[in-house]
Write a protein that binds this ligand. Structure first.
Ligand code: NAD
Length: 333
């Protein structure tokens, strides 16, 4: 890994590339992209980012890492010069934190995205993939949200993401910037920060501790392996259309109780390890996306079987305590 970007052909700026999804994308991209691609990661390394997530590609000469803030207009402007494409992951991403500190979410997710979009327009960047979430549609009791559904976010996290989606689309309409948006359901897999439900529960169970289940555990989520999310993003980057939104889903819909049962079984623990805690404020009951567009236009289809993917994820956390134990200390999870 070098510290300055020496672009030869296709230069891709990846924001938030030291986080869970962004680092999975960078590792995958460097495995599959041709030698003439360069990847510049811009990441602030907040509590959620870690260079350990990029350790396996650290020595790749196509990769440059810059520690910095997407809200830093001067830095963003310098880095954007000469880039051909942007894949934008950087965000404050944990709903629970957004309930107590919404300001950080508005700043990074809205102002940071605006800063990147403005620089992308100035430097005539070709394609800007904005990675968003199914949470912008809000909770739906039944059926699935297609891309035309009215946005109805519930938390400061999803509201800030919805704001960034609208800014991205506005830069397409106003400036003709080739913006493409992905909205994905809940991800699981290795390298996820241990405050999110799956790694939180696994790491607590492996440590012999109880796990906190919100309310009665009946809220429903659609789960997708992080590599399938990255596959969808890559299809959008390479085959998607400008100004278009693509839902990415197709995993498995489970209540949090059903998910907990699987994690308890995988970790050899019983229900006596579950603490029922007061429900999250404004807790969305259910998300579900209709990903027909990504399937029909891009040939997207998730590849990972959920049961095998979850078992492999539990095994990864069992084998990689050195990765998560320092992070647990950092977030008191
Ligand atoms: P994460 O919290 O694991 O990683 C976020 C990364 O962004 C970290 O490396 C952090 O250091 C960096 N970052 C935060 N603020 C920054 C700033 N101001 N400047 C530069 N870097 C900054 O999040 P994640 O789960 O990997 O999510 C990545 C993206 O994918 C987010 O935009 C999120 O909305 C979206 N997404 C995630 C999921 C999921 O289930 N994880 C699902 C759908 C969409």
């Amino acid at each position: 890994m070098t510290t300055t970007a020496e672009r030869t052909s296709t230069g891709i700026l990846v924001t938030g590339g030291a986080g869970f999804v962004g680092s999975t994308y960078v590792r995958t991209l460097l495995r599959t992209a041709s030698a003439d691609h360069t990847v510049t990661v811009l990441d602030k390394l907040t509590y959620a980012g870690s260079l350990a997530n990029l350790a396996s590609v650290h020595d790749d000469p196509r990769l440059s890492f810059v520690r910095g803030d997407i809200c830093d207009a001067g830095l963003v402007d310098r880095l954007m010069a000469g880039q051909d494409q942007v894949v934008h992951f950087a965000a404050e991403s944990h709903v629970d934190r957004s309930i107590t500190d919404g300001g950080a979410f508005a700043r990074t997710n809205v102002l940071g995205t605006q800063t990147l979009l403005d620089a992308a327009v100035r430097h005539r960047v070709g394609t800007f993939v904005h990675v968003s979430t199914d949470e912008v549609y809000g909770s739906i009791a039944e059926g699935a949200s297609d891309e035309d559904r009215l946005l109805a976010p519930s938390s400061a996290y999803s509201a800030a993401k919805a704001g960034s989606d609208l800014l991205a689309l506005a830069h397409h309409r106003t400036h003709g910037l080739d913006v493409r948006i992905t909205r994905c359901s809940n991800n699981y897999g290795p390298h996820q920060f241990p405050e999110k439900i799956i790694p939180l529960f696994i790491t607590r169970l492996l440590g012999g501790r109880p796990v906190p289940l919100y309310g009665e555990g009946l809220n429903r989520r659609d789960w997708l392996h992080v590599e399938d999310h990255c596959l969808g993003i890559e299809l959008v980057r390479t085959r998607g259309r400008a100004g278009r939104v693509y839902n990415i889903g197709g995993g498995v819909e489970l209540t949090n109780r059903e998910l907990t049962a699987r994690l308890l079984a995988a970790c050899g623990a019983g229900w006596d390890r579950v603490d029922y805690v007061a429900d999250r404020k404004g807790h969305d009951f259910r998300y579900c996306v209709d990903w027909t567009r990504a399937r029909d236009e891009l040939g997207y289809r998730p590849r990972h079987d959920f049961e095998r993917g979850l078992a492999a994820t539990v095994a990864w956390y069992r084998d990689n305590r050195a990765w998560w134990e320092p992070l647990k200390a950092r977030c008191h999870a």
